[in-house]
Design a protein around this ligand. Sequence first.
Ligand SMILES: [Fe+2]
Length: 331
Amino acid sequence: MRYLRILMVEDNPDHAELTTRVLLQEENINEVVLVETGQDCMEKLADGHRFGLILLDYGLPGIDGLSTLRKINKSGYDIPVVMVTGQGNERIAAEAIKTGAYDYVVKSSDYLSVLPAVVIKALKHHRIKKENVRLRENIEQNYLDALAVLISVIEAKDPYTHGHSETVSRYAFATAKEMKLSSREVERIRAAGLLHDIGKIAINRKILLKNGSLTNKERKIIQTHCDSGVKILRPAAFLEELLPIVHQHHEHFDGKGYPQGLKGNEIDLGARILAVADSFEAMTSARSYRPAMSFEKAVDKIKKHAGTQFDPEVVKAFLRTVKGLGIGDQK
Ligand SMILES: [Fe+2]
């Protein structure tokens, strides 16, 4: 059993002492740290002390319990809060629950006999919630791993495209970071980079691996991989936010791409980033029917198509990234 410390925010010393004594009788609770104000509570949390639960009195000097609760939420601490209110303050208690408190206890005559059970229940509930989050993340990661295996199966059929999606994902990730997008957005773009061509699994291998130029009909068939990718990924709800990127990664900034002919900002920013990363990776890799293009030539081509095929702002960021990563040195 790990060491469990509770943070009690209570300005009444008698009350604090009694409550501490009762809580320490619980075998799972090892320590109760007392602070008297909301400000002190926030400072204690900011100090990096780890607490299993916060017992927060509503009537505090300075900022009250509800405002303190809002501050705790805003700072993103993942600690369950039990609000303690005076008698007749049930409205506050309801407000506390709405604001994110796990539960509340009213300081009534039987307060001390009720409190330990509420605290233990909150701790248990929080532990289960965390465990559920961990399990869900595990499932999602396993699903992503399985999809990555599918991608490598597609790429393994063609030695020339081996590792393509991983490299595209890396370039797109670096470009998104260079554009100072939020970490969530950067992660969305990285994941979509890995999965963008998953729709190719639905395409006839003979067409996919054809040596030499494609007929119009074959080209149209290959182009269906954007729609197929969406169909394959749609059943996984947690991948929903990747779908626009997967669907739109062959759209052109000037509206001449496929599958929808979207233009400019109509195209998801992630897809605009991926378009540059994808083209650059393809150009600088050898194909069965042509050698790899030199780094300088590929950079020139990307620059040349800024404003037509590619978003000029994305191109600028990509070129800065390419320099920073020394991608050219590796080629
Ligand atoms: Fe593609």
